[in-house]
Ligand binder design. Structure first.
Ligand SMILES: *Cc1c(COP(=O)(O)O)cnc(C)c1O
Length: 399
């Protein structure tokens, strides 16, 4: 076997980013619940405060537990720098607000996460920032819009909830050629399955609340990049605006990440098995999963992802009424506005990812009212299939 510089990603999920934060011989990173960090030596204090010396000053800026979490994500994404936030939305809005000024232009896709879509449709226009939202998966349209000039090209792939795929390498190319930054929301794929920085992206964003944490018990967000200056700018914006990650949440996310590679492996198997099963079911109108050969951009997903992820969605025949009949009957699924957890989690798009949108907006976004988002957990897939079968049998009308 050849000697490699880095261990494999499963080993790194367990070990990376922790060692330098251990104290008293403990094998686990401590949760440092301290708002401030004290210094008797005012010269040392000054050196830390101005960033000439490693250390911590005040919890809104940095904290050791939070830094351990950032270090682990940084390592898994193969990045040079990372900074964290109280939530995924805080990561997204801080990363945008740091860079954009009135008069700027941003290009993105219609199918971003509902909250992100609200930033684009409601908040940025108020600041006189022009937003062009393209048809997701229409690469030509995105290229045309970027060529007109923009500061940031913002993509998310796979998307929430219809798991559409955008070609990252192709988008990197058009962004670079037009001197735009390219941001990629990598929440659905996780660093286990997709590394946008390797493909040339400038910034990777995660809602750590989802797969990274994986246990639906902590909110958090993180951005990472190979451009240290960019991350420092975003960090500076965040330290002043105050959307800092809490140390307890950082600890929970850090612990969750140790099993990330195992969870993702099982979730990919479960999602593909379920997608195949639903594809042939007579109560199902449509199934969306990048791992299906019938998926529009299956070949792109195959090229840029190591596997197809734990997220799928499907439209029930009979629309919303069928969702009402089917959803409560599922035994092994939380009906909740979350995803990426060890438990299977389901919800209609109209109450989860796109609750902020009107029915008309959802229709424009191509989200049927009968759409169910399914985040496959790590359960035994046989049980999930049986559960789906019995729950689907409660659907009375399929027209
Ligand atoms: C959930 C989610 C977000 C927002 O993250 P929060 O932690 O809920 O703020 C952003 N992007 C995607 C793809 C998400 O699924």
């Amino acid at each position: 076997m050849s000697k490699k510089e880095h261990a494999n990603i499963g080993t790194r999920s367990v070990w990376s980013g922790e060692k330098e934060y251990l104290v008293h011989g403990a094998t686990q990173v401590p949760v440092v619940h301290s708002v401030s960090f004290g210094y008797d030596d005012i010269d040392e204090w000054y050196e830390v405060a101005v960033g000439n010396k490693q250390g911590h000053i005040y919890g809104r800026n940095t904290n050791p537990t939070v830094q351990a979490f950032e270090d682990k994500v940084k390592d898994l994404e193969g990045a040079i720098a990372a900074t964290s936030f109280s939530t995924g939305m805080a990561a997204i809005s801080n990363a945008l607000s740091t860079i954009l000024v009135p008069g700027d232009r941003i290009v993105s896709i219609k199918d971003t996460y509902g909250g992100t879509n609200k930033i684009f449709s409601e908040f940025l226009p108020k600041l006189n920032i022009d937003v062009a939202l393209c048809e997701t998966g229409n690469h030509e349209e995105i290229e045309e819009e970027v060529k007109k000039g923009c500061k940031i090209l913002y993509i998310e792939t796979p998307t929430n909830p219809t798991v559409k795929i955008t070609d990252i390498k192709r988008m990197v190319k058009v962004a670079k050629n037009n001197r735009a930054l390219i941001y990629v929301d990598n929440t659905f794929a996780t660093p286990i399955l997709q590394n946008p920085l390797e493909l040339g992206a400038d910034l990777v964003i995660h809602s750590a609340t989802k797969f990274l944490g994986g246990h639906a018990d902590a909110l958090g967000g993180v951005v990472c990049s190979n451009d240290k200056e960019l991350v420092e700018k975003i960090y500076h914006y965040r330290e002043i605006n105050g959307a800092s990650l809490d140390p307890m949440a950082a600890y929970l996310l850090l612990r969750g990440m140790k099993t990330l590679h195992l969870r993702i492996k099982q979730q990919c198997v479960n999602a593909l098995t379920i997608a195949r099963y639903l594809q042939d079911h007579d109560k199902i109108e449509d199934v969306f999963y990048p791992g299906l050969e019938t998926h529009t951009n299956h070949h792109i997903a195959k090229d840029q992802m190591k596997d197809f992820g734990g997220m799928l969605s499907f439209a029930l025949k009979g629309g919303l009424q069928s969702v009402r009949e089917f959803l409560p009957k599922l035994k092994y699924a939380n009906k909740a506005a979350n995803l990426g957890a060890v438990e299977t989690t389901v919800g209609p798009a109209r109450t989860t990812s796109h609750v902020e949108n009107t029915p008309e907006e959802r229709a424009t976004l191509g989200i049927p009212e009968g759409l169910v988002r399914y985040s496959a957990g790590i359960e035994n897939v046989e049980d999930l299939l049986e559960d789906l079968e019995q729950a689907l049998s409660y659907i009375t009308h399929t027209d």
